[in-house]
Design a protein around this ligand. Structure first.
Ligand code: PDD
Length: 286
């Protein structure tokens, strides 16, 4: 089956889908994006993702390319045309196409692209062996709360992780605290059984999965605190995991050369991962 993508008003064969060379996303990284999970044909946390898109657009004064409700229709249509049961919808909005000049162009329509990716095993239970992460300096800018497409530091970090066989790189601020992964949020569970993740501020992207897991933790009565944690504290944690739209809650069993806990998925991580899976698998609106 051929893939279909959406580019500025047209559904096109994926291989033909292209934007103009003076799209400001291409020239300057002047755009924002979202990745939404699709499970059993339903978008997970659609509202949360559209709310965050709205916020990213507004922080950068990029116009909506279409109305919010029209975007919902387009996302569903791309999913439908790709027969997407389990996978991801990617959508990005850039400031639009204009002759190259750093300041914002006037009277230019923003540009929208949407694509779909099948991931058949997306909603499998996590591997109890977990994954490893490395720690690296956070070299990004001061507005990591905006989901910008300018992801070069994130790509450099992920590549560094990949080269040593790690799943993710946890970025670390100069004060020694972990900010987040290159494409996921970072969590630990202390020896006292307290779930810890960094509070949403300009220093991290407030993950939609992160917010959902916080809600689940509250429902489950898991002791929880939002505060920065150091690399040292993470080394000594009882459990650790990462969260994102594509990773769900994924156990971390090694940080740099330090084994976390007993080297297997911890109890609380398993509970949260399991409840999150139940949440994504629940039947959505018809
Ligand atoms: N990444 N932090 C960063 C830097 C991210 O890029 C992401 C998401 C997250 C988690 O956010 P959410 O739970 O809303 O997916 C945190 C997406 C999946 C990506 O870039 O592919």
């Amino acid at each position: 089956m051929s893939r279909i993508s959406y580019v500025n008003g047209r559904y096109q064969h994926h291989l033909d889908a292209a934007v103009h060379i003076e799209d400001r996303g291409y020239l300057f990284g002047d755009g924002v994006y979202e990745v939404v999970t699709v499970v059993n044909g339903q978008m997970v946390d659609e509202d949360g993702h559209l709310n965050r898109l709205e916020r990213s657009l507004s922080e950068l004064t990029i116009k909506w390319p279409v109305t919010r409700s029209a975007l919902g229709v387009i996302l569903r249509e791309v999913a439908r045309r790709n027969k997407l049961r389990n996978g991801l919808l990617y959508f990005q909005v850039t400031r639009g196409v204009a002759r190259r000049s750093h300041e914002f162009p006037k009277n230019v329509a923003s540009a929208l692209v949407v694509s779909a990716k099948h991931i058949p095993k997306l909603n499998n239970a996590p591997d109890p062996e977990g994954v490893s992460v490395i720690t690296i300096p956070d070299i990004r800018w001061d507005r990591r709360d905006i989901k910008t497409i300018a992801l070069l530091p994130n790509c450099l970090g992920k590549q560094q992780a990949k080269e040593v066989g790690a799943y993710e790189a946890w970025q670390v601020d100069p004060d020694g605290t972990v900010t987040e992964g290159t494409s996921s949020n970072a969590w630990i569970i202390t020896q006292d059984g307290e779930l810890v993740t960094r509070p949403p501020a300009h220093t991290i992207l407030n993950g939609i999965t992160r917010m959902r897991i916080i809600e689940i933790a509250r429902q489950q009565g898991v002791p929880f605190v939002e505060r920065p944690f150091s690399v040292e504290e993470a080394y000594n944690a009882r459990e650790a995991f990462v969260s994102s739209a594509s990773s769900f809650a994924k156990p971390v069993t090694k940080i740099d050369d330090q084994v976390v806990g007993n080297g297997h998925m911890g109890e609380l991580t398993e509970l949260l991962a399991q409840k999150y899976l139940e949440f994504v698998n629940q039947p959505g609106p018809a």
